[in-house]
Design a protein around this ligand. Sequence first.
Ligand SMILES: [Zn+2]
Ligand SMILES: [Zn+2]
Length: 128
Amino acid sequence: MIKALCRVCNQMVPSDQFKLHHTYKQMVCLSCYTGKTQKKKEDDERKIIQEKQKPKGWDQEDEYLNRLSRINKDEIKNQFTKIPGTDHVKCKCTGCKYEFRYDPFHKKPRSCPYCDADIPRMRTFNLL
Ligand SMILES: [Zn+2]
Ligand SMILES: [Zn+2]
């Protein structure tokens, strides 16, 4: 089979697949004629743009997540305060900031009495 170079996509294509394209004003291969090449080119370009943007976007996201987990850690650390002379702690709800007495050994109450938010698990050995 005779192959010819398509000037649009620079591929060697069987010459019987060439068609005259009215926009390119020349004989092009079937892929170019049906617009596949153009679409592929756009996809490739989009991919390149996405890959270029990725590292920057990821950094921002990492930083955001780091900041978020730092805030969470601080909140959990500050959420429980030991009440001297008792086995109980003072618990501050992270949701509504309501303060209430919490029994970490019996895990009571199970949720914030005010807004019903979950109470994060507390390591009781921190108190002993
Ligand atoms: Zn072509
Ligand atoms: Zn609450």
